[in-house]
Design a protein around this ligand. Structure first.
Ligand code: G3P
Ligand code: CA
Length: 236
């Protein structure tokens, strides 16, 4: 099945990495959710993309400077639209509570170092190993995740597919390779598939890039507007 992964939720239509955006992604036909994992000051795994709180909340500075209790007081929706005023940050455990039984796929991007152990503990606690793929731009995060769990699905976010990237992924038993949609070529996708990898694109920020990735033959992509990807797949 093609992986239509709502990127930080349906982030074109609702504030990224909030429950509203995740629900909207699934409503729009996404069969999975991509989100970003970081850690609060008191060790709670939270869903947050940026280095600092300022762009997408009414807070300031690093999320890791605040406890989860403090982070929960922030407004994570007003920056996007007054209609989403009061939308809150989400912990990974809350996310698993609400979405773990939905059978959606989860692309879980590690954005902080040294969070593999608590992330994998929660994945086991909610029994979502088979629907989850741990991803990162940082190879070290993936190596650490593999050391914690010998069977968890791993995917590496890279700019461009090449033989070296493939060899490094084989070393850690990754199943998924995640190139940027911009600059992707059919040959890259063929090469990765010939080595047995799923190919899931990131960075399809426009309908043109989404269609380009589809034409290259990817197995899935993260997308800010899952409704348009749903329509494109169903008309193909
Ligand atoms: O799908 C991966 C993509 O989310 C990586 O980029 O910056 O959105 O985390 P970023
Ligand atoms: Ca991400």
């Amino acid at each position: 099945m093609f992986m239509n992964l709502a990127h930080r939720g349906a982030s074109e239509y609702a504030p990224e990495n909030t429950l509203a955006a995740f629900y909207k992604g699934l409503e729009q036909g996404a069969n999975g959710i991509e989100t970003d994992l970081k850690q609060s000051k008191d060790g709670v795994i939270i869903l947050f993309h940026d280095n600092e709180l300022d762009r997408t909340t009414d807070g300031h500075g690093l999320p890791s400077s605040y406890t989860w209790k403090e982070l929960q007081e922030l407004d994570a929706g007003s920056w996007f639209s007054p209609a989403y005023a009061g939308e809150r940050l989400v912990s990974f455990e809350q996310f698993l509570h609400y979405f773990g039984r939905k059978k959606a796929l989860f692309a879980l991007e590690l954005k902080d170092p040294n969070i593999e152990q608590p992330v994998l503990e929660l994945i086991r606690k909610y029994d979502v190993q088979h629907q989850s793929t741990i991803t990162s731009f940082r190879y070290e995060n993936l190596q650490a995740a593999r050391a914690v769990d010998p069977s968890i699905r791993l995917g590496h976010l890279i700019r461009k597919i090449d033989e070296e990237a493939i060899a490094r992924l084989k070393e850690i038993g990754a199943v998924q390779i995640c190139p940027c949609a911009d600059g992707l070529e059919q040959e890259d996708v063929r090469l990765a598939k010939a080595h047995g990898f799923e190919v899931r694109a990131w960075g399809a920020f426009t309908p043109e890039l989404m269609n380009h990735a589809l034409q290259c033959g990817v197995d899935g992509m993260t997308i800010n507007f899952p409704d348009q990807l749903t329509a494109a797949i169903s008309s193909a």
